[in-house]
Ligand binder design. Structure first.
Ligand code: PMT
Length: 414
C-alpha cells in the first residue's frame, strides 16, 4: 500500500548506508517508509552491519540490490561507488556508528560506504546511534563537531533504554522523526523569517468532571499546517486542543489548551511575536454556565437535564481587533452554502483569508486524512482546491499566505 501522505521524497534517489550497530534492524522500517513515500532506495552495508541484518532483508524492502563489496561492483564502465553517488539525491547513514563518524571525520575511505561519502556532492545525513558513554566521549564529540563544520547534516540521538542495558542518550530517533528530517532536507525554505502561530484540534467545555461538549476535530489539518510551515523554514508555535496526534518533531513548541477560554489565553500570550496566525481549531461557540464540580447524578425519574450555555469568546475576532500587520487566516467548517457563509465570516471577523470546508461530506473535513477546500481572500476571489492529503492542502494554504506576505512587503517598500 502506498503512503497516502504527500511527500517531497517522490522519485528521489536515496542511498541508505547501514553500519554495524544494534539499531541496524530499525533501518528496515526506515527503508520501508522511504519507499512508501515514493523514493527509490539503494542500500549500502558495511561488513559490520551484516553481522546484525542480512542484505536480503534490505534488498527485499528496497527492491534494489544491496551493495557491500568494495571491488565487486562496476556499473558499465564506471566504478560502483562513483556511479551510485552520481545518481543520488541524498545519502543517509543510519545507524551511524562511532566508527563511521570517526572514519569520515578523518578522511578515511576504506570501504564502499566511506569511499562513496568522499566521492559524493549531494547532502549526507548522519543519524548516529551508539552506547551513551561512546556518544559522550571526547573523541566522538570532536569528530561530530568536524562533520558539522564540514557541512554534513546531523541528527541528535534520542535518550532512553539502550540495547546494552544502560539508559541515556544514544538511541536511534524514531523512524518518523528521521523521515521528517529527510523531508526537511528536500523542502524549499521559502517561509524563513515568518513566525506562524497555528491552532488545531477541538476544544472541550465541561458539563461536570467526566462529561464535556466537544466536536469531531482530530487536529490533523492544523498539525499538517504546523509541520509543513516548519519544513518550509518558518518558526512555528502550535496551540493544540486535546488530540492523540504525534508531531514527530521536537522543534515546534506545542501548547495545550483544553477549553476555548484556555485557547484564548494561549493565543493571546503568543500572538505578539507572530507574523501569521492560522486558526484551524474547531472552537466551541458555547460553554456551560452552570458546570458542576462533581459528577451529575441521575435524579429520580427525570428524563430531562437542562444545560445552560453561555457564549465563548470568539478568539479569532479578538485577535483581529489587534491584528496590526499580521496576516490572519481562519477556517470555516460549513455544511451548506459553504462559500456564502465563509465569506460572511471573513468579513465579520476581519480576516485576510478564510479556508472553507464542507464538514458534512464523507472522507474530508473532520478526522479524515484528506480535505477539499476553497480559499477565499478579502476581495472575494476564490481558489478551489480539490480533494488532496492534508499535507498537500497545507502547502497550498501556505502558498496563498506567502502571496499575501509578498504583497505586504511590496506595499511597505513602495
Ligand atoms: O482537525 P481535523 O479532524 O483535521 O478537521 C479539520 C477541521 C474540519 C476542524 C478544519 O478544517 C476546520 O474547518 N476548522 C475550523 C472549525 C471551526 O470552528 O469553524 P467555524 O466556522 O466554527 O469557525 C470559524 C473560524 O473562527 C475558525 O477559524 C475558528 O478557529 C474561529 N473561532 C470560532 C469560534 C470561536 N469561539 N473562536 C474562534 O476563534
Amino acid at each position: 500500500m502506498k503512503d497516502i501522505q504527500f511527500s517531497m521524497l517522490r522519485n528521489k534517489e536515496i542511498i541508505v548506508g547501514v553500519c554495524g550497530g544494534i539499531a541496524a534492524y530499525k533501518t528496515a522500517e526506515l527503508i520501508r517508509m522511504l519507499t512508501r513515500r515514493g523514493a527509490n532506495v539503494h542500500v549500502v552495508m558495511t561488513k559490520n552491519a551484516m553481522q546484525f541484518v542480512t542484505p536480503l532483508t534490505f534488498q527485499t524492502l528496497s527492491g534494489n540490490p544491496v551493495i557491500h563489496e568494495m571491488f565487486e561492483l562496476f556499473r558499465g564502465s564506471k566504478i560502483g561507488h562513483i556511479a551510485l553517488s552520481d545518481i543520488a539525491d541524498l545519502l543517509v547513514i543510519a545507524p551511524a556508528t562511532a566508527n563511521i563518524i570517526g572514519k569520515i571525520a578523518n578522511g578515511i575511505a576504506d570501504d564502499f560506504l566511506t569511499t562513496m561519502v568522499m566521492a559524493t556532492t549531494v547532502p549526507v545525513f548522519f543519524v548516529p546511534s551508539m552506547n551513551t558513554k561512546m556518544w559522550s566521549s571526547k573523541m566522538v564529540q570532536a569528530n561530530l563537531h568536524k562533520l558539522r563544520d564540514a557541512g554534513y547534516e546531523m541528527m541528535e540521538p534520542a535518550s532512553g533504554d539502550l540495547a546494552c542495558g544502560t539508559d541515556g542518550k544514544g538511541r536511534l530517533p524514531t523512524i518518523e522523526e528521521i523521515v521528517e528530517r529527510i523531508e526537511d532536507i528536500f523542502t524549499q525554505k521559502d517561509l524563513v523569517g515568518e513566525r506562524i502561530l497555528v491552532t488545531a484540534g477541538p476544544t472541550m467545555e465541561f458539563i461536570d468532571p467526566v462529561r464535556c461538549i466537544t466536536n469531531r476535530s482530530s487536529g490533523k489539518m492544523g498539525y499538517a499546517i504546523a509541520k509543513i510551515a516548519k519544513r518550509r523554514g518558518a518558526d512555528v508555535v502550535l496551540v493544540s486542543g486535546e488530540t492523540s496526534i504525534t508531531l514527530h518533531r521536537t522543534d515546534i513548541p506545542v501548547i495545550r489548551a483544553t477549553t476555548a477560554c484556555d485557547m484564548l489565553d494561549c493565543v493571546m500570550a503568543h500572538q505578539k511575536e507572530s507574523t501569521v496566525v492560522i486558526k484551524t481549531a474547531a472552537v466551541a461557540d458555547f460553554r456551560c454556565s452552570n458546570s458542576n464540580c462533581q459528577k451529575i447524578k441521575k435524579k429520580g425519574d427525570t428524563n430531562i437535564l437542562n444545560l445552560e450555555l453561555e457564549k465563548n469568546p470568539d478568539i479569532i475576532a479578538e485577535l483581529c481587533k489587534i491584528k496590526g500587520d499580521r496576516i490572519i487566516v481562519g477556517f470555516a467548517a460549513e455544511t451548506e452554502n459553504i462559500i456564502e457563509h465563509a465569506l460572511d465570516k471573513l468579513k465579520r471577523k476581519n480576516l485576510d483569508l478564510i479556508v472553507a470546508n464542507n464538514v458534512a461530506q464523507e472522507g474530508i473535513g473532520f478526522g479524515s486524512e484528506e480535505n477539499e477546500v476553497t480559499i477565499i481572500d478579502r476581495s472575494g476571489s476564490t481558489k478551489q482546491v480539490p480533494r488532496l492529503s492534508k499535507d498537500e492542502i497545507a502547502h497550498i494554504i501556505l502558498d496563498s499566505v506567502k502571496k499575501l506576505i509578498k504583497k505586504r512587503h511590496r506595499v511597505k517598500t513602495d
